[in-house]
Ligand binder design. Structure first.
Ligand code: TYD
Ligand code: MG
Length: 424
């Protein structure tokens, strides 16, 4: 039931709408989408090419992950390009914002700053200033006093976001909403806005991770799952170039329990190091901890290794980690995980110039994966020479020069190829 004080959303005429008429699709004019660069190639990639006029974009993530910093850098860039930009902060004082901007070397611009929590004041200022770009930092601090509920409550967050949506859609101003997410994925947080906005981007992980990973989980203007990699430096967020190089840079070569996998993060292939530590367990129920992969998927794969590859996991603890803080969701990472586990189990390394990819089924079968060719190209670029992959994929793919594809049908075969079979 809607709270009684919640006002019904007002109808509005959207720019580029059909003006209240039903129009035949073929008579609708559509120019190519115009993207304005945010000044950061990584952010542009996540946005699907850049900022679109009238877009409402949500940037979510843990407190302290770098949302305000990144957006202040974007504002600075847009101002330098001669755009009219308004930065609304409900969290920090003007002085704090100025100090942060100084740190970023972004304090000499004409960026308009407004510190305000009351939504009607923000709306009035938007009407007066008519910015082309606007940042609301954060949506949880905005409120309409007449609604009675506290700032950050579901009804306030929704109402304020719908006011901003109306503003964006009628004026063409592109609006970034900052939203904090707590570990519990708080209800009043950005999740309640996902259906309203055009683009949803989340910073993955927390600020203890080395890299700040920004992923688009919804994008009406581009493909989802695009990943931007940043690093927090003394002077703001810096894009990390050469994702694969960076993610592999600290790999302990020659150590057991490490296996390189090439994932597709959106449209970009990316090499990551999947790590496993398998040790004898002294507990009734062996311990399993997983970071960077879906833990139920990992449990399933450990069971497959137990049953199909005869690894005695029932009396072993297993710790799984994806180096660099990346979260992998592709089943194509299964085989690499299994090989990392097997490698730690027998305490023999996977050879340093091998990369592994393939989905693993419950029968221990290795299933085909998509885009093997692109993944193989990336492996070659990073100096890998052998790829262990599903036999099925090998039939359809021509190996790039300098790469040898080794097709396998089962996890047991894969272990045999890499010499990771336990002796007993
Ligand atoms: P911030 O952008 O305020 O995070 P959010 O808006 O997501 O809550 O980032 C704050 C952290 O980043 C804080 O711990 C200080 C650090 N930081 C830097 O390391 N370098 C910088 O240049 C800036 C501005 C912040
Ligand atoms: Mg902030």
């Amino acid at each position: 039931m809607a709270a009684p004080e919640e006002t019904a959303p007002k109808a509005y005429k959207q720019r580029g709408g059909t003006g209240g008429e039903a129009m035949p699709l073929r008579s609708i004019q559509a120019d190519d989408q115009v993207y304005t660069s945010s000044g950061s190639a990584e952010l542009d990639r996540v946005l699907g090419g850049g900022i679109v006029e009238g877009a409402l974009m949500l940037v979510g993530g843990d407190p302290g992950i770098g949302k305000s910093t990144l957006l202040l850098q974007v504002c600075d860039h847009l101002c330098r390009m001669g755009k009219r930009v308004l930065y609304v902060s409900g969290e920090e004082s003007a002085r704090q914002i100025r100090l942060r901007a100084q740190r970023l070397g972004a304090h000499q611009s004409d960026l308009l700053v407004l510190t305000e929590n009351a939504m009607d004041q923000v709306e009035a200022k938007l009407q007066a200033v008519q910015p082309e770009f606007c940042v609301i930092d954060s949506i949880q601090t905005m409120y309409r006093p007449e609604m009675g509920s506290a700032p950050g409550s579901v009804s306030q967050v929704r109402e304020c976001a719908s006011i901003l949506m109306r503003y964006a859609k009628t004026t063409g101003c592109a609006v970034f909403l900052v939203g904090h997410v707590t570990k519990e994925g708080s209800l009043a947080g950005p999740r309640v806005l996902e259906h309203m906005v055009d683009v949803v981007m989340y910073f993955e992980g927390d600020h203890t991770h080395e890299y700040r990973l920004l992923r688009a989980v919804k994008n009406r203007f581009g493909s989802v799952n695009e990943l931007g990699i940043f690093e927090m430096t003394g002077t703001g967020m810096r894009a990390v170039e050469g994702a694969s190089e960076t993610l592999l840079s600290q790999r302990a070569k020659g150590a057991s329990g490490s296996c390189v996998f090439c994932g597709m993060e959106g449209s970009r292939p990316m090499l990551v190091d999947i790590q496993a530590l398998v040790t004898q367990s002294f507990l009734q129920v062996p311990r399993r901890t997983v970071d960077g992969m879906d833990s139920s998927r990992v449990m399933l794969l450990l069971a497959v290794m137990e049953k199909r590859a005869r690894l005695k996991m029932y009396c072993r603890d297993a710790y799984i980690n994806v180096a660099g803080g990346l979260s992998l969701s592709e089943p194509a990472a299964d085989l690499a995980l299994c090989m990392a586990v097997a490698s730690s189990y027998v305490d023999r390394p996977v050879p340093g110039d091998w990369a592994v990819m393939g989905e693993v089924g419950l029968a221990g079968e290795v299933r085909s994966i998509s885009q093997l060719e692109r993944r193989a190209m990336e492996c070659r670029r990073l100096g890998f020479t052998h790829i262990l992959c599903p036999r099925d994929s090998v039939r359809h793919v021509k190996a790039p020069e300098g790469i040898i594809l080794h097709g396998v049908d089962t996890v047991a075969q894969a272990m045999a190829v890499l010499d990771l079979m336990p002796s007993s």
